[in-house]
Design a protein around this ligand. Structure first.
Ligand code: BJW
Ligand code: ZN
Length: 257
């Protein structure tokens, strides 16, 4: 890897990381926009991931998200998640911001993950926002899910909805503010496994550039952010992140060696 990139990581007292679906791809969780395998290649986002879709057909939407939750419950973190957890232990101020709705960062040992697009495991009442706790166990659903009536809120009887952020909805305010604060003050900004297509999450890359952070991207494919970052590393996160950790903290010239 580039010596200047390695030096920037070794120097950094603060690092912010933005992750996307590509980080969980090696765990068997589909991305959204990859050709053939992406969720939005095979399912219609307008019919599944908008407030209007849930109003029109709550059982279709709930059943699809239960299928997604089942996939996550069956999955395990991969070397990319583990490398990010290892980085957190080596940099004084480390903020992990994810667009992912799975909990694989947490299960790999990353603390205080900021979930910009919510979490599959945290549904809540659409009327009073009381959290709903899923019964234990892994649901059994066919590929793509099946019609499944959403449960009712124990407090007010209204419908429970998936705990994710749909198109047209605001991001959770405190999480978004925490992400902005972290990026404004970071020395290195790393974007991994995201197409950088969805706003406002993708704008964090521009913000990092504006505040003078060293910006880095890891992705096997070209993205909209290629030209925006100082270092665009081409390859899978499960290989490049462990390699980065090794070269920065365990390799030649490392103080930790
Ligand atoms: C690997 C890899 C490996 C593969 N290693 N990498 C114009 C028109 C209409 C709307 C808008 C507009 N401009 C902006 C908007 C607003 C909209 C938006 O951005 N739309 C875009 C489609 C243009 N944004 C919103 O609506 C947001 N809210 C908002 O803006 O509020 C204000 C507002 C209110 C009202 C009106 C307008 C604005 C909310 C966005 C919520 C996004 N929700 C989803 C679904 C979550 C629930 C669910 O899971 O179902 O979040 S969409 C989906 O995309 C999901 C993801 O978090 C998000 C980002 O995707 P990500 O992670 O980047 O995945 P991919 O698949 O795109 O990319 C994967 C990458 O990994 C690829 O690059 C691969 O190459 C790579 N990869 N293998 C490393 N092994
Ligand atoms: Zn309620």
């Amino acid at each position: 890897m580039d010596a200047k990139l390695i030096a920037a990581f070794r120097r950094a007292r603060s690092l912010s990381v933005l992750t996307g679906a590509g980080v969980s791809a090696a765990s068997g969780i589909p991305t959204f926009r990859d050709k053939q395998t992406g969720l939005w290649e095979n399912f219609d986002a307008a019919e599944l991931a908008t407030p209007g879709a849930f109003r029109r057909d709550p059982a279709l939407v709930w059943g699809w998200y239960e299928w997604r939750r089942m996939q996550v419950l069956r999955a395990e973190p991969n070397p990319a998640h583990r490398a990010l957890a290892a980085m957190a232990e080596r940099i004084p101020t480390f903020t992990l911001i994810t667009q992912n709705v799975d909990d694989l960062h947490e299960r790999a040992g990353s603390p205080n993950v900021i979930h910009l697009h919510g979490e599959l495991a945290r549904p809540y009442c659409e009327a009073c926002r009381q959290p709903y706790v899923h019964p234990p166990g892994i649901p059994e659903l066919p590929e793509g899910g099946a019609q499944l009536e959403p449960p009712r809120c124990q407090a007010c009887g209204a419908r429970v909805r998936p705990g994710v952020v749909w198109f047209g909805e605001s991001l959770p305010e405190l999480d978004w503010l925490a992400a902005l604060e972290a990026v404004k003050t970071c020395e290195v900004f790393l974007s991994v496994g995201t197409s950088a297509f969805v706003q406002p999450a993708a704008s964090l890359i521009d913000l990092a550039n504006r505040v003078g952070a060293v910006t880095v991207q890891i992705n096997p494919n070209p993205t909209d952010a290629d030209r925006a970052v100082a270092f665009a590393l081409r390859g899978p996160a499960g290989e490049l992140l462990p390699q980065l950790v090794h070269e920065v903290w365990e390799g030649k010239g490392s103080a930790l060696k």
